[in-house]
Design a binder for this molecule. Sequence first.
Ligand SMILES: NC(=O)c1ccc[n+]([C@@H]2O[C@H](COP(=O)([O-])OP(=O)(O)OC[C@H]3O[C@@H](n4cnc5c(N)ncnc54)[C@H](OP(=O)(O)O)[C@@H]3O)[C@@H](O)[C@H]2O)c1
Length: 209
Amino acid sequence: MRIGIIGAGHIGGTLAMLFTRAGHEVAISNSRGPETLKDLVAELGPKARAVTSREAAAFGDVVVVSIPFGRYRELPADAFAGKIVIDTNNYYPQRDGHFEDLDTNRTTSSEMLQTHLRRARVVKAFNSIRWEHLRDLGRPRGASDRIALPISGDDTEAKRVVAQLIDQIGFDAVDAGTLAEGGRRHQPGTSLYLADATSKELERRLATV
Ligand SMILES: NC(=O)c1ccc[n+]([C@@H]2O[C@H](COP(=O)([O-])OP(=O)(O)OC[C@H]3O[C@@H](n4cnc5c(N)ncnc54)[C@H](OP(=O)(O)O)[C@@H]3O)[C@@H](O)[C@H]2O)c1
């Protein structure tokens, strides 16, 4: 599969490593331009290339957005038409600035991203695991210590594709509902956030929120 990754930091860079290892083609971008990503793509090997964010969005069948949430409006929305978008972002007001609709729980950061990328299908995933654990804790399917990641979204097919990618890099996926539901159920501060729990345990916690 072709995967665009926008944001080459802790989570974006780790996903680029895991997805190339799983055999996917990756095009990765940051805010400063592809020339600043030379060392990273050299390390990632021949399945990775450095591009602009517009090019990363155009390249991917799936496009990961992994940037500080407060900058989401900088994304070139027209380039995301028809794409499955993986939203790894979390809202941290001290980093992102205050968004009143989030502070008053009127909406979620993922719904705001979906509104901006209106012709894409956004799935929230990878927001609830520390990047070091994403890097280190992948396990083969069926392993007793395999942990699960909650995902949420409004499009069933998009969630199926994202769940399959998660499985390929060593984790189970657990459906936490729509963007509105899941966006609240696995955001910072919840019992699913940073849980590092098996699918059985995540499902148990989901039943109580
Ligand atoms: N760190 C974690 O363990 C963790 C876990 C789960 C979720 N998250 C969430 O995932 C997101 C990414 O976190 P991170 O820790 O990977 O961040 P990070 O290490 O600070 O990396 C952020 C990346 O985003 C890029 N970026 C910033 N603005 C951009 C823009 N407008 N267009 C394109 N690229 C842009 C930066 O590029 P430049 O350097 O060129 O500006 C950088 O490559 C955040 O929303 C975070 O809250 C983080």
